[in-house]
Write a protein that binds this ligand. Structure first.
Ligand SMILES: *Cc1c(COP(=O)(O)O)cnc(C)c1O
Length: 467
């Protein structure tokens, strides 16, 4: 082909590319125009047409108007699907950070639906009619449940740790073990948070071994230490030749030398999970009892509430954090605050089974097996081969890291587990499955009560679509 012919061909192809206004006005995009507005649809059409032009430049024929409109409709659908949506968690990881961690209790949902669409007396003392403290019930309940003098609620635990370090140690030294300079995920790295707080990090010990005498040496060598920081290692584990002082030993040292002991606990267990056979997760109260002056933890890990972060501890220190200007920037919104209060009310009433994560962890294995056997039977009737298998999973969220949670999963017979998982994610109620050794598993413990029908419908549809 001569160059002239090539240029002529390209010109011809380009001339056939549909115009952007014709694409936007296409009836196929009526719903998209209504839901996203014409401006967004025009933007999506332009992006699609850019792709069309590059394809034409590479020698491809120009697509018809209908085809371009259909492609833009797919883009619009994808944009809308990026909204926060309900999904079914069949991964077995009960506290999955990518899936919003803890689902809320019925009481918390009721609290939200009762107040979300109304005004609420969030910072108004109804007895005096004057401005009052924000969320006093949550803070009172948290202090009670932790056996601490006071509590302060913020946006998440990252905020609680940052606030504790800023309010209590900015411009001064913080002693921390080299074995605890960890990254928790989502770029939360202890050395970075310390740097941002304005405190000076004083590392002690080695990666695998830190002794009380190391902390003591640091206190001898540095005159301006504000606090000792102890970090729960989450799902990072060291085994073998390792050594760390007990929290109570650090507390003894801190108090003897007149510095503060802050514990970043992470999880926020308000009940003793070892009673469920899940060991290795200290309760908030046990940390306070061991002598930590301030304990920081999340509300949406093993506590089972909405996103939030808490500082509990000595009144004078929590008060200092409350008065810090950063506290205002890191405060909790009124919706999660209401949900947190309802969650804490379940703890006060001793009704922890109301909290979905705790209920799921407490469900006996036999009950999980019966449920999964039921799924397999129903799937079999619909022509999908599945069989139950006992598995061992993790709680997630960096909590209960040492505790293996026994569960039962439905293993689906498939050639391509990755493709099936993608189909399940595309279901109208998306199902998030677990892939293990090229097999697709649906865990019977993390699927919430009442989600069975949607789960099975998604599986049957995914198989029907693949035939
Ligand atoms: C999870 C975790 C955090 C961060 O908590 P968020 O509530 O996710 O902000 C901080 N420290 C530790 C030890 C954690 O486990």
């Amino acid at each position: 082909m001569s160059t002239k012919q090539g240029i002529d061909g390209q010109r011809e192809r380009f001339a056939k590319i549909p115009r952007v206004d014709h694409v936007v006005a296409h009836p196929r995009l009526a719903a998209a125009r209504q839901r996203l507005g014409p401006g967004v649809v025009t933007q999506l059409a332009r992006t699609q047409l850019q792709q069309v032009r590059s394809a034409c430049r590479a020698g491809q024929p120009a697509p018809e108007l209908d085809e371009v409109a259909a492609q833009v409709a797919v883009r619009a659908e994808k944009t809308l699907r990026r909204r926060v949506r309900k999904v079914i968690n069949a991964t077995g990881v009960m506290l999955h950070t990518n899936l919003g961690r803890a689902p809320l209790s019925g009481g918390a949902v009721e609290a939200l639906s009762g107040s979300a669409g109304h005004y609420s007396a969030i910072e108004l003392d109804l007895s005096t009619g004057r401005r009052g403290p924000r969320g006093p019930f949550a803070e009172y309940a948290l202090a009670q449940l932790a056996g601490a003098q006071d509590a302060l609620v913020g946006n998440n635990n990252a905020a609680a740790v940052l606030l504790a370090l800023t309010a209590l140690a900015a411009g001064r030294g913080v002693v921390v073990s080299r074995g605890e300079l960890i990254e928790i995920g989502g770029k939360f790295r202890i050395p970075d948070v310390l740097a941002r707080s304005g405190a000076e990090m004083i590392e002690v010990g080695t990666t695998n071994r830190t002794r009380v005498s190391d902390y003591e040496q640091a206190l001898d060598d540095h005159s301006d230490v504000a606090l000792l920081l102890r970090v729960h290692q989450g799902n990072f584990r060291q085994t073998g030749f390792v050594e760390r002082p007990r929290l109570a030993e650090l507390a003894e040292l801190a108090h003897r030398r007149g510095v503060i002991l802050v514990k970043d606990l992470g999880g926020g267990a308000l009940i003793d999970f070892s009673e469920l056979g899940l060991t290795g997760e200290p309760t908030v109260a046990s940390c306070v009892q061991a002598g930590a002056d301030v304990v920081c933890f999340s509300c949406d890990k093993v506590l089972g509430g909405p996103q939030g972060g808490v500082l509990v501890g000595r009144a004078e220190l929590v008060g200092k954090a409350r008065r810090d200007p950063l506290a205002r920037a890191l405060r909790l919104g009124r919706l999660p605050l209401g949900a947190l209060e309802a969650t804490l009310a379940s703890y006060l009433a001793g009704e922890v089974e109301q909290i979905p994560v705790i209920r799921a962890l407490k469900t006996p294995l036999t009950e999980v097996r019966q449920r999964v056997e039921g799924w397999c039977r129903q799937l079999g009737e619909a022509g999908v081969l599945a069989r139950p298998e006992q598995i061992s999973g993790a709680v997630g969220g960096g909590t209960l890291a040492e505790a293996a949670v026994e569960s039962v999963a439905a293993v689906l017979e498939t050639e391509d587990a990755v493709r099936l998982a993608a189909r399940l994610r595309a279901a109208s109620v998306a199902v998030i499955a677990r892939i293990q050794d090229d097999r697709l598993l649906l865990d019977g413990r993390s699927v919430l009560p009442g989600e069975d029908a949607d789960l099975l419908a998604a599986v049957v549809a995914a198989f029907a679509g693949s035939e």
